[in-house]
Design a protein around this ligand. Sequence first.
Ligand code: DX5
Ligand code: ZN
Length: 222
Amino acid sequence: MSGVRIAPSILSADFAKLGDEIAMMERGGADWVHVDVMDGRFVPNLTFGTKVIETVRKRTSLPLDVHLMVVEPERYFDDFVAAGASGLTIHAEVSPHLHRQLVRIRELGATAGVALNPSTPLSAVEDVLDELDLLLVMSVNPGFGGQTFIAHSLDKIAGARRMLDAARSGAVLEVDGGINRQTIVECWRAGADTFVAGNAIFAAADPAAEIGALRRQCVQRA
Ligand code: DX5
Ligand code: ZN
């Protein structure tokens, strides 16, 4: 099952029992915990910041994959890494100085990621591949959990795979939005290796088991 990473998104967790939800993710074999930070400006929704990252960090040793859906993301790099973020992913759409920002994230000791909205072309990251540890292809317009997967994302994932391979980049290729037992297989075949899932896991009858079920879909149908 190597090569498939499942990153449950705590956006869909029950915050009244966040500790139990994190324990569930560990029991289910999650590889990373995905933390969605939203500012009500880049995306319409508001979520959480440093305090929640710190809280999650205390409860698990799993890598914290922090997805910054915020304008001026550089304002938060130091605090979020100090709070325990393992990786920071920023959106190309709000990062005119992408190169500088990625270099800074690495300087802080975190892995540096760039996310692309469905309408943003892959060319937005072509010139920073050397600074990139993770490329996140959004398969929904960011802002909310539980949305429907945008089918065109599959072509983009395939293109991203080709781009990373051509550059001999070892960057993680992650997909986020509308991932379920069906869409995960298609994304895996298109070349993604890391899958964020919120609704598919937290709305399942047995959320811990669903993590393994998602992973097995890729391996069985490979
Ligand atoms: C969407 C977030 C996602 C979200 C995914 O803006 O970036 O990480 O939690 O949720 P699902 O898997 O329900 O689409
Ligand atoms: Zn996300």
